[in-house]
Write a protein that binds this ligand. Structure first.
Ligand SMILES: Nc1ncnc2c1ncn2[C@@H]1O[C@H](COP(=O)(O)OP(=O)(O)O)[C@@H](O)[C@H]1O
Ligand SMILES: [Mg+2]
Length: 245
């Protein structure tokens, strides 16, 4: 475990049996992410980005390899340990928000606190987090009464209300127009600084990826590290000589 590396992944592999065939989705991935770093994970559709994020989140388990999060090897934890660890250490945001449609914004943000020691503070903490994401006047709105950008803000508040160190985001602006995307990314940037978050954000959009400090590019279950300066805005990636994809 490298000092100050909140995420460390070694030779991560994920295979599945599918129709009698072995499908190699992740083919040996190694990288680490320093505390407070914002990594943009890019790559074509089907390259394994969501699978990698699910493994980091402890939602899926690797076939081989190790995942250290905040110094803890998570791939061998029991389901109960993993659930607790996930609740304390990791916040997750999805492209399609995944809010509970029958709950208000406030109730959606409270839900992660119902199963922890801070249950009695849930209302207050949820309200504070919604104020922080700029939704002080939307506490009692239902998801359908909110715009896409507002719904994603609620989802971000819910992801962060338990005070995780790591935020995982899968195409967080994928359902938003470019002006709203910029607002959400600005918010994530502020929250990263204020809350000392380490962020892994999946995106297929090079403009969105440029918000990261660093870019990791996946192709066919493998990783190629691309410095942000070498990614152009026309969507093409130019690899340094000798990097060999
Ligand atoms: N449960 C599954 N069963 C069969 N194939 C899967 C399953 N999960 C993922 N895959 C395959 O693994 C590859 C990577 O998927 P995914 O991680 O969703 O890629 P990305 O997020 O980069 O688009 C794809 O080819 C996908 O079809
Ligand atoms: Mg995906």
């Amino acid at each position: 475990m490298l000092a100050n590396h909140v995420i460390q992944v070694n030779d991560l592999q994920r295979s599945l049996s599918h129709g009698g065939r072995e499908l190699h989705i992740l083919r040996g991935i190694t990288f680490s992410v320093a505390e407070r770093q914002w990594v943009a994970l890019t790559g074509p559709s089907g390259s394994g980005k969501t699978t990698l994020l699910s493994l980091l989140a402890g939602i899926d388990r690797p076939t081989r390899g190790s995942i250290y999060l905040d110094g803890m090897e998570i791939s061998h934890l029991s389901e109960d340990q993993l659930a607790r660890f996930r609740n304390d250490t990791i916040g997750i945001v999805f492209q399609s928000f995944h809010l509970i449609p029958t709950m208000t914004a406030q109730e959606n943000v409270e839900t992660p606190l119902y199963i922890g020691p801070r249950r009695r503070e849930a209302r207050q903490l949820a309200r504070q987090m919604l104020e922080r994401v700029g939704l002080a006047d939307r506490l009692h709105h239902m998801p359908y009464q909110l715009s896409g950008g507002e719904q994603q803000r609620v989802a971000i508040a819910r992801a962060l209300v338990s005070g995780p160190r790591v935020l995982l985001a899968d195409e967080p602006t994928g359902n938003l127009d470019s002006a709203t995307s910029k607002q959400v990314l600005t918010l994530l940037k502020e929250l990263r600084t204020q809350l000392n978050l380490t962020v892994v954000m999946v995106t297929h959009d090079p403009q969105v990826a440029s918000w990261g400090d660093r870019r990791l590019h996946m192709i066919d279950g493998r990783l190629v590290d691309v410095p942000v300066a070498q990614a152009t805005l026309d969507g093409e990636l130019h690899y340094p000589a000798g990097m060999g994809v």
